[in-house]
Design a protein around this ligand. Structure first.
Ligand code: NAD
Length: 288
């Protein structure tokens, strides 16, 4: 019988990794975060601290809990320092070669034969990462949603060789310890949510591109007509058009279905660095 997971590692402390480290630390786990260098680690720590401070300001966390959570997180810049972790969650950019390198190094460094390595990938098939490791049966996907402290959903993606005990142990941790709502998906690019969401956003972009309707009217249609909190184009701007394109490209590679192919307008906007909120302009303009 494997021990309950208490020691967690996170690779990458960007938007998603910082959020994953925060929820794990708040839930009482010991967390080691690995970043590229000291500056990136400091930025990651700031991200976690600011998010915890916002929770205190909103009365959702008391200052003592914030300090205790922060004290449970430490930062390193060498993947070998994750050797004693029972679960490592990788959250670096959506670039397959970078993830493969990390999976290979971390799996070789693990001390514990039962240690699990998971990816927060939005679209890369888990099997591609599993085969880079020394233990493909201890690899799975754990896809958190942004912002991690707020969004309850986690997609759990076993590959066709993931050990059933590994799946159950990961689910016990994510659901029982982190309090997330876990849904299980087969290992297909896009998993459940993006397989439905990406064709929807792409259809909205094609509608705009063809002159069928304006960006404002497309978004108003879904907000006022379908009670969505945001229209598809504003949501694409929030996520980042580069991210949408990466995910769509991965899904197109997998299925070769036109409904996943990036419309030329999306490709041109990414090439022009019109990525949405993060660059100040996407389908709409934002003052930064
Ligand atoms: N942004 C979203 O809304 C979202 C939602 C769900 C899943 N995801 C997925 O989560 C993953 C991370 O996305 P993100 O938006 O947080 O990216 P990000 O660019 O904000 O963060 C990536 C971090 O990884 C660090 N990093 C890069 N290489 C590293 C290495 N070798 N070792 C340690 N750290 C390294 C970078 O310094 C950076 O801080 C991606 O796979 C993405 O598809 C993103």
């Amino acid at each position: 019988m494997s021990e309950a997971i208490e020691r967690v590692g996170v690779v990458g402390a960007g938007l998603m990794g910082a959020g994953i480290a925060e929820v794990a630390a708040k839930a009482g786990s010991s967390v080691i975060v690995c970043e590229m260098n000291a500056a990136a680690a400091a930025a990651g720590r700031d991200r976690i601290e600011s998010s915890l401070n916002r929770a205190v300001d909103r009365g959702k966390l008391d200052p003592g809990e914030r300090d205790a959570a922060l004290a449970r997180v430490s930062f390193v810049t060498d993947l070998h320092d994750l050797a004693d972790r029972q679960l490592v969650i990788e959250a670096v950019r959506e670039i397959e070669e970078e993830k493969v390198e990390i999976f290979s190094t971390v799996s070789k460094a693990f001390i514990d034969d039962e240690a699990i390595i998971a990816s927060n990938t939005s679209s890369i098939p888990i099997m591609k990462l599993a085969m880079a490791t020394t233990r493909p049966d201890h690899v799975l996907g754990l896809h958190f949603f942004n912002p991690v402290p707020v969004m309850r959903l986690v997609e759990l993606i076993p590959s066709i060789v993931t050990d059933v005990d590994v799946v159950n142990r990961a689910e016990d941790y994510v659901s029982g310890v982190l309090g997330k709502h876990v849904v299980r998906s087969q290992d297909r690019a896009g998993f459940i949510v993006n397989a439905l969401f990406v064709p929807y956003v792409i259809s909205a972009i094609r509608m705009l591109e063809s002159g069928f309707a304006s960006a404002e009217d497309i978004d108003a249609g879904m907000v006022e007509g379908c009670s969505h909190p945001m229209g598809p184009l504003a949501l694409a701007d929030m996520i980042g058009l580069d991210t949408i394109k990466h995910v769509a490209d991965s899904m197109y590679d997998e299925f070769k279905e036109p409904l996943y192919s990036s419309p030329p307008l999306l490709s041109r906007m990414v090439e022009a660095n019109l990525l949405g909120r993060k660059t100040g302009r996407g389908f709409f303009s934002y003052t930064r």
